[in-house]
Design a protein around this ligand. Sequence first.
Ligand code: GLC
Ligand code: CA
Length: 519
Amino acid sequence: MAAKWLDSAVFYEIYPQSFQDTNADGIGDFQGIMKRLDYIKELGCNAIWINPCFASPFGDAGYDVSDYYTVAPRYGTNEDLKELFAQAHQREMHVLLDLVPGHTSVEHPWFKESMKPEKNVYTDRYIWTDSVWEAPEGAQSLRGISDRDGSCMVNFFSHQPALNYGFYERNRPWQQAPEDEGPQASLEEMKNVMRFWFSMGCDGFRVDMAGAMVKNDPESKGTIALWQNVRAFLDREFPDKVLVSEWGEPDKSLQGGFHMDFLLHFGPSHYNDLFRCEEPFFSSRGKGDVKAFVEKYLDNYRKSERKGLICIPSGNHDMDRLARSLQGDELKIAFAFLLSMPGAPFIYYGDEIGMRYVEGIHSVEGGYNRTGSRSPMQWDHTANAGFSSASPEKLYVKMDPMEDRPCAEDQLAEPASLYHEVQKLIRLRGAHTALGNKADIEFVYVEENKYPLAYVRSSEDETVLVIVNPSKEACRISTANTKVDPAKAKAFYQLGDSVSYDEKTGEWVVPGGSVHFIA
Ligand code: GLC
Ligand code: CA
């Protein structure tokens, strides 16, 4: 019953602060995103996810909401956002917003009411102990901040009090059950928030910290049940809208009814082994390992029973830029993998041109080390790389100061650029049913500490063998289980030198630094 458009969705993540400024205040805005929709479409992406854009004091870049029903004035108005949805739809694109259901800003009016000692509608909207002398076990809390006698649990930074969705296991009188009135009211309010934005044209949400809603929930049973309830609501009222979770455990999130989940830099997925560790698998040094990742991936694939999509992002606003650990052809090879795996691809803005992590810059709005991955998009060679006409000191995050920083204009003009490789790969994905979001995968060569990685993607009418060899050394694998006839099959996509077939040994000979899609 999932939205059909997801089957061919390729997402582009936009950090709105840093994408395109149109009124010279140094901060990106909705008008800027609208101006660049054609760029995104031309790259091949047909869906976008915009990081939080609701009213906020911006202690955590907008992940601290103070009003779920009004956009932050720095980005524009609700009407502008509505216009953005409409402009995207005209181009057959879809738009996800970022929903932060687990906590609010301390400045949210609900929290201000909740701090009052007199009982009111918001008393149980957040998680409070019943005495200021008792702090919730195993969690940070806000204490001594008002006349209400209690400590309030926080979810992330200490200015982000946790909304109350109840406790799965309860051993203190102030811990409420998920079915209780307070937790139910929190959940119903989030459904109202979704209804509100859906009615404006929003196509779905990326859900922040989706796995941490119900507390004291060691196996996530309470949180899974909560999201099943939300999915039932969507199926009933908004069957075309979708939810993607920041959870990182697809075996749980997809059972909970999410249409998609991300593999992330935290959690059990081994995602970091690929791109972000001392010896990433995608480094040409060839010292990485992909086996642990694949084992976990298959485990998730099986346990989630194909209920939804497992998405492997190129990066996001919380992790280092891909280009911090990979360069040149390594990036192209990484994208050939990302764009030939099942699930919906997610490209973090600027990764398609190899934007770098900006070293040594000051933290902005709770970014800390994450700030280096949030620098302004580099469009061209005009002032501030075409991001903004504000004076450089007014920019939200400093530009990459390197003289040879990449920009979209140059890469569009250069046929051999990373941009064009990504564009080509997205087109191939759209043209081959076996490479689609929902088509099958079977791994045919994965060995501990060895190269290459090989897998077979298949749909009803097509079988494609993918061989990925990031290592600079050539390698060989037996053709026996690779599902395509080596005598007849041809590579319809190739990066690096050609693959060949050694008849005598019955092996594929795979050059160093190469990728092949064979059918
Ligand atoms: C998620 C967001 C991150 C934010 C945190 C708290 O991990 O991606 O940017 O700081 O949640 O909301
Ligand atoms: Ca602006």
